[in-house]
Design a protein around this ligand. Structure first.
Ligand code: ZN
Length: 44
């Protein structure tokens, strides 16, 4: 899942699966579709 996040007065898009940040929503969504980092161990 891709979530929006605010950082340095800019909007970023974060892949919830692996934590990668993107400045473009379509890039984030395309990554997320191919991200296989399911169930990251660092989630509380
Ligand atoms: Zn990812």
């Amino acid at each position: 899942m891709v979530v929006q996040t605010q950082r340095d007065d800019a909007t970023w898009y974060e892949c919830e699966d692996c934590g990668l940040l993107f400045d473009d929503q379509s890039d984030a969504q395309e990554h997320e579709e191919h991200c296989d980092a399911e169930g990251p161990s660092y989630i509380q």
